[in-house]
Write a new protein. Structure first.
Length: 196
């Protein structure tokens, strides 16, 4: 196959996933942004996590909140639970891998906080344990997920929000998840600080 043609097909695939995500999830993205704004206005925080490359997406979102997104403004309280290698390896070494996020949530989470979790189809149970821990701490869960995440759906409570990306291609799912992270960041800034 001609590489140029393949690149064009990749862009078309990405655009198709974006359009299907827009059709299915735009109202939920708005709902998520409002929940996050209410959390932050109540002086609560957002705990972020994701396994493997989803941990990088969680880190992007927490960096947007802690530092800035599009313009200078005060820092917002967010903690990325995926980036502390010492804590994660300590929990893993003790045979507690499924609880690498759950243990941190039970220690750091408080009622009124939000767990923002990014998931894919290959989670090893850490996502499910994180959701259980968040509910134990009376936190709301917002989950960016893969369309095949039936186990996640079964754990979510009515006040939680799941945003499943309508694709079975992991690369397209991650692209859409990053778009939603950027949109949430922009919506939060706009609601808290106005348009720049």
């Amino acid at each position: 196959m001609d590489l140029d043609q393949h690149v064009i097909e990749l862009f078309h695939s990405s655009i198709d996933t974006t359009m299907r995500t827009l059709d299915e999830q735009s109202a939920r993205v708005s709902d998520c942004a409002m929940l996050m704004v209410q959390c932050l206005l109540s002086e609560n925080k957002i705990l972020c996590c994701g396994e493997a490359t989803n941990g990088a997406l969680a880190q992007v979102f927490s960096a947007h909140l802690l530092n800035r997104f599009d313009y200078e403004r005060p820092s917002l309280p967010a903690i990325n639970l995926s980036s502390d290698a010492t804590t994660i390896t300590a929990l893993s070494a003790d045979g507690n891998f499924k609880n690498i996020f759950g243990s941190q949530i039970r220690a750091l989470g408080q009622a009124g906080d939000i767990l923002f979790i990014i998931s894919n189809a290959n989670d090893s149970g850490t996502t499910l344990e994180a959701i259980k821990a968040a509910h134990d701490r009376e936190m709301v869960v917002i989950c960016l997920s893969h369309q095949q995440s039936s186990d996640i759906k079964a754990l979510l409570q009515p006040e939680d929000i799941e945003l499943p990306i309508p694709s079975d291609n992991n690369a397209r799912v991650m692209e859409s998840q990053l778009q939603i992270i950027n949109y949430l960041s922009e919506l939060i800034d706009q609601q808290l600080f106005g348009s720049h």
